[in-house]
Design a protein around this ligand. Sequence first.
Ligand SMILES: Cc1cc2nc3c(=O)[nH]c(=O)nc-3n(C[C@H](O)[C@H](O)[C@H](O)COP(=O)(O)OP(=O)(O)OC[C@H]3O[C@@H](n4cnc5c(N)ncnc54)[C@H](O)[C@@H]3O)c2cc1C
Length: 406
Amino acid sequence: MPQATPVIILGAGLAGCCAALDLAQAGQSVTLIDRTPRPMMGASRHNEGKLHLGYVYAADPQLETHRLLAAGSLRFQDTVARLTRTPLAMQITSGCFNYIVPQDSARPVAALWDYVQTVDRTNAALAAEFGQAPLPPSRIADSGAISAFYAPGIQAVFTTPEIAVDPGRIADIVSAAVYADPLITFCGNSTVLGAGQTGSGGYAIDLAQGDDRVTIGADRVINALWEDRVRLDAMVGQDTPFVWSQRWKATVVIDVPPGALDLPSTTGFVGPYGDFVLYGDRRVYASWYPALRLSMSTTASPEEVRAQVAQSDPETLRRQALQGLATLMPGVAALQDQAARSRIGGGFIMAVGNTDIDDRASGLHERHQIGVEGSGRWLSISTGKFCTAPMFGVQAARMMIDEGAP
Ligand SMILES: Cc1cc2nc3c(=O)[nH]c(=O)nc-3n(C[C@H](O)[C@H](O)[C@H](O)COP(=O)(O)OP(=O)(O)OC[C@H]3O[C@@H](n4cnc5c(N)ncnc54)[C@H](O)[C@@H]3O)c2cc1C
């Protein structure tokens, strides 16, 4: 652990690691700090990996969310490949997502199909702006395709060009690149307790390392702490104007025998449903919101949430998630006998809003109040989503360089 360092990045998730890798590629040495023993052990490993093009945010009346998420998603894979110097082919992706409309969806089929087509048009314009090949337009699945995979009562299925990347594979690629870079010093097992400004305009960061307390100095800081970001910003006088909620969502990941499963990656919308993802031909992500959303609070500390989550029984979560999903996709029920191949994970979801997603007016239906905040020597990455983390990580690194990082 260095005593003083020019640039400290707090939080070695995808946002913090991408900022570190981009700064290192520009020749800047960086100290990267995390409470976990290795990088990429938080939400950036334990999520669905969907590269959102915006279809799921059909309740955002201003359509701002989908443009921002799509801008991150369309460049996600190339940015990760560039930063990690790892071939694109190493990333494992899902097939295209089907968006299914259950009987009790919060919005009617016609309105949703209109919205999907609007999103398609914006994405086509964005892809052209980024010099990318046009995405195939979404289409309505016929009744044969619906009955092949979905339960009776599903009103409609839209096949979109959206995909997911296996976040476990991305986490492995990114953490390997962090360890391999000689300009990045990773300090694990170091919990950030607090921060304050020093007389010279830099910052002092207080850390707990086991039973030890350590303070290190930095000229500049990027705060990418996700669940603890807002607290640290407030300590250096950068208060948020929003009410933030934190939810803990558990995940079920199942390694299936190669080629054994042939189900389309699927999201239920609009409402508290779930997602099924098949990455490549051998790993499944299964989620059912009513069973796996284990906490929601605007006041609980991350430690309190972790203690609460530790009370849940992994086997019950696994069973309930598959049971819930099977009400929409009956084929998922076959995964119930794969307990030995299943893992329960999970992570924090931070968002502006204080009511849950079953409230149509909830701020959770919008994710555009995100990005790099602050200026000068303390920047804060409000990541928003996994798909926007590389974009905002690079943006923070460039802002730091533009503002004269030593
Ligand atoms: C179940 C689930 C599914 C999701 N699905 C998707 C999806 O399909 N698509 C999508 O785009 N987004 C999704 N998300 C959201 C996405 O995972 C997050 O937005 C993203 O990973 C946040 O990245 P980050 O780098 O900011 O945070 P993290 O990856 O959580 O990194 C923050 C790091 O800070 C560390 N840290 C926190 N506090 C401290 C402290 N006090 N001291 C030291 N270290 C600390 C943590 O250990 C962690 O390593 C999902 C999230 C969850 C939980």
